[in-house]
Design a protein around this ligand. Structure first.
Ligand SMILES: NC(=O)c1ccc[n+]([C@@H]2O[C@H](COP(=O)([O-])OP(=O)(O)OC[C@H]3O[C@@H](n4cnc5c(N)ncnc54)[C@H](O)[C@@H]3O)[C@@H](O)[C@H]2O)c1
Length: 413
């Protein structure tokens, strides 16, 4: 579900000032996104991992990195510099002292990170949240607060646009009564200020889009998944994309499963065991939050293979791993004459440094879409997500082809 309206904004990207509003602004992915964007201002910076720096995008007027200005919301106070230093110490990544090189910029960004709203349903985050750093209010007040915060951020910083990115902790899945998920249902619920039935990610998505700002859901939380929010994006002519950044095990599944399909090898079982040691891992220790993540990871195999092999995804917290995430996958398959064979892989990735470049690419591509007056779900960005909204295609290469076709189309138009 997407569209295009016909009054393109003519500003040249290098003349624009774009705000990036990070929900979960003190988290580790947010911190790496911020330091990544600041580092990219240096001409000598490596652009490895950034899709939008590939030759494919030459000729597409994407934002230069120095046009981005960060702010956001969280439910706890942190120092971004301290988070980065800890990451360096425990995970042994990032150049030493990079947090000091950008100390002034980080302090300035921290001033722009304000209290977020809290999901009553999200018990797991109670252990990390700071009760004095949350906005408490009724449903209507929460929505107005998010909208007003975004408008203030835009006005005070003389921004041309603001892109909202949800990088907050995974929420438990909330079953919302069906009459409260439609466009009219959500509007009426807010207008009549009923007891809040929505998780925070839904309110962030609704408020951002209703206020006129593009929204990206990098998490598996519900976000803009509700039918009513998708309609709102069409009405308000706002682009959005999600859900759940595809950075590790699911990325590999979406590359390897098509190989088994095309080689006519029958997958009997595909077991995935993930261990990680960061705060995301801590939150995913709660079975309700873990279920949301496993659900988001779950679509890939069946959708690609067209059948359901035995498959289980396990996620466990191992604190000593810090930001390293290890996925061990065991694939049992039948070859010629039904001969059982196996394949195993081990993916050992630094979680946040896998995610941060995707966030930056998404900001650039969604801002570009908004400038080109495109709106609704940006399905050309499906290759970025584990559980892409509005897209049944989960094969990474085919999803990437969709992005390539879009870029070629944009170059030709
Ligand atoms: N790292 C990856 O490769 C990857 C891939 C896909 C998705 N994700 C998702 O990205 C999100 C962030 O991951 P992370 O590793 O940075 O986690 P993190 O725990 O370091 O950061 C999450 C931040 O969100 C804040 N938060 C929680 N509830 C909030 C609310 N209601 N409003 C505002 N802020 C809130 C937390 O205080 C924390 O600072 C998670 O949902 C994770 O599942 C990460």
């Amino acid at each position: 579900m997407n569209g295009i309206s016909h009054t393109p904004q003519s500003n040249k990207p290098e003349n624009r000032r774009i705000g990036v509003w990070l929900i979960g602004g003190y988290g580790i992915v947010a911190s790496c996104t911020i330091i990544g964007a600041l580092s990219l201002r240096r001409p000598s910076s490596a652009t490895t991992g950034l899709i939008t720096e590939l030759p494919l995008f030459e000729g597409i007027p994407l934002l230069p990195w120095d046009t981005l200005l960060f702010g956001g919301m969280d439910i706890r106070r942190q120092s971004i510099g301290a988070t980065l230093k800890e990451l360096h110490t425990h995970a042994r990544v990032l150049p030493c002292g990079i947090w000091d090189d950008f100390a002034d910029e980080l302090t300035e960004i921290e001033r722009k990170i304000i209290p977020g709203i809290f999901s009553q349903q999200n018990d797991a985050v109670r252990s990390i949240m700071d009760p004095s750093f949350i906005f408490e209010g009724s449903l209507k007040e929460c929505v107005s607060y998010i909208k007003q915060s975004l408008d203030d951020f835009k006005t005070r910083n003389r921004l041309d646009d603001v892109i909202v990115v949800n990088l907050s902790s995974t929420e438990p899945f909330v079953n919302i009564d069906s009459h409260l998920t439609s466009y009219d249902g959500i509007r009426q619920a807010i207008d009549s200020n009923i007891a809040n039935p929505y998780p925070a990610s839904v309110l962030y998505a609704w408020a951002s889009i209703d206020a006129g700002y593009p929204y990206i859901n990098f998490t598996p939380s519900q976000g803009a998944h509700l039918e009513g929010i998708q309609k709102l994006a069409m009405e308000r002519k706002i682009p959005h994309a999600g859900n759940d950044g595809k950075t590790g095990e699911t990325l590999l599944k979406s590359v390897l499963a098509p190989m088994f399909l095309r080689k006519n090898l029958e997958v009997l079982s595909w077991e995935g065991y993930n261990i990680l040691g960061n705060t995301d891992g801590l939150i995913l220790e709660d079975p309700k939050n873990k279920a949301t993540k496993i659900r988001s990871k779950g679509r890939t195999l069946d959708a690609i293979l067209g059948y359901s092999p035995h498959s289980k995804v396990t996620i466990d917290m191992v604190p000593s791993l810090s930001d390293w995430k290890i996925a061990w996958d065991f694939i049992h398959f039948n070859g010629f004459l039904n001969t059982p064979m196996t394949m195993q892989f081990i993916w050992n990735g630094c979680d946040s440094l896998l995610a941060a470049p995707l966030v930056l690419d998404l900001v650039r591509l969604v801002e570009f879409a908004h400038r080109k007056c495109e709106y609704g779900i940006q399905t050309q960005l499906s290759c970025f997500f584990k559980d892409p909204l509005g897209c049944q295609q989960l094969d990474f290469i085919r999803q990437y082809d969709m992005l390539e076709n879009y870029v070629h189309h944009m170059k030709g138009s």
